[in-house]
Ligand binder design. Structure first.
Ligand code: AMP
Length: 283
């Protein structure tokens, strides 16, 4: 079993001795738990590249809006510990809220600009919560490398920007999105979907294939591609609403004419579940 820590001080003492006394390298995988194949890919990458792998499991309240799913977000530490054991994780950090947000805390991290577009427009304050908790976790763990999924592409960009701007001594390693065999991106929130909703949720992935087909056929106008993707997604039952479909360059600047390497990002409500996904244009 991995060692389980609840307290910042205990974790710090343990990692200090691994790092300083034994000279071991540390890889860090921050998660909100309910681990799936996407998380596993990050953990496996860390295991290959580092002597010690630390996984944090913390459902961070400050990145959820007041009407979002913080309360019903799936949690199962026992199961997550078993997954971590199977993958050879050395240390799990699962702190209570008071360890991360001591009474009277005042400081937040706000990565301007990039936090306010796309997800940020629909989830005000979300990336402030993300950047703040990730900086805290990086300060606690002080890893050599930290692993983030491209599934949350904008989050990855926010973290990369924060690390660059604040001169943090850590390498951020992006990991490609892991999908179910039928194309649905792995997500802890997929458990919210009924069987029928899950079927409709496949339209997100399939809309990326549609976009690729259009581009292959010579269509380069972002507006046209986005409209056709939206029509396709909305033609499925249980799809309630599209928050956005956007096409950007790799740094999230909107594009009019689509090129290889651009990103297509979307957020869609299927029933009461909000799903996000993104795609790197390959043609
Ligand atoms: P979460 O537990 O949802 O906060 O995710 C923890 C980390 O796992 C983040 O860096 C996510 O981007 C990453 N992640 C989540 N789902 C996937 C996926 N399907 N493929 C790759 N990485 C993922």
């Amino acid at each position: 079993m991995p060692l389980l820590f609840r307290k910042v001080r205990d974790l710090r003492n343990h990692l200090r001795s691994l790092r300083c006394d034994r000279g071991l390298s540390v890889g860090f995988v921050p998660t909100m738990g309910y681990l799936h194949e996407g998380h596993k890919a990050l953990i496996r990458r860390s295991r290959v590249q580092n002597d010690v792998t630390v996984v944090s499991i913390y459902v961070n309240p400050t990145q959820f809006g007041p009407s979002e799913d913080y309360d019903r977000y799936p949690r199962d530490l026992e199961r997550d510990m078993a997954v971590c054991e199977e993958l050879g994780v050395d240390v799990v950090f699962a702190p209570p809220d008071e360890e991360i947000y001591p009474i009277g805390f005042q400081t937040e991290v706000y990565v301007k600009g990039i936090s306010d577009i796309l997800e940020g427009r629909f989830r005000p304050g979300h990336f402030k919560g993300v950047a703040t908790v990730v900086l805290k976790l990086l300060n606690i763990v002080q890893p050599d490398r930290a692993y983030f999924g491209e599934k949350d592409y904008q989050q990855l960009k926010v973290i990369q920007t924060m690390v660059r701007d604040l001169l943090l001594p850590v390498e951020i390693v992006p990991v490609e999105t892991v999908r179910e065999p039928d194309g649905l991106a792995c997500s802890s929130r997929n458990v919210y979907l009924s069987e029928e909703e899950r079927e409709s949720a496949l339209s997100l992935y399939r809309s990326f294939l549609l976009a690729e087909d259009l581009i292959k056929g010579g269509e380069r106008r972002a507006e046209v591609i986005k409209r056709k993707m939206e029509e396709f997604i909305l033609s499925h039952p249980h799809v309630r609403k599209i928050d956005y479909v956007e096409i950007t360059d790799p740094d999230l600047k909107p594009k009019d004419k689509v090129e290889k390497g651009d990103r297509i990002l979307l957020a869609v409500w299927v029933g009461n579940t909000r799903l996000i996904d993104n795609w790197k244009v390959s043609v």
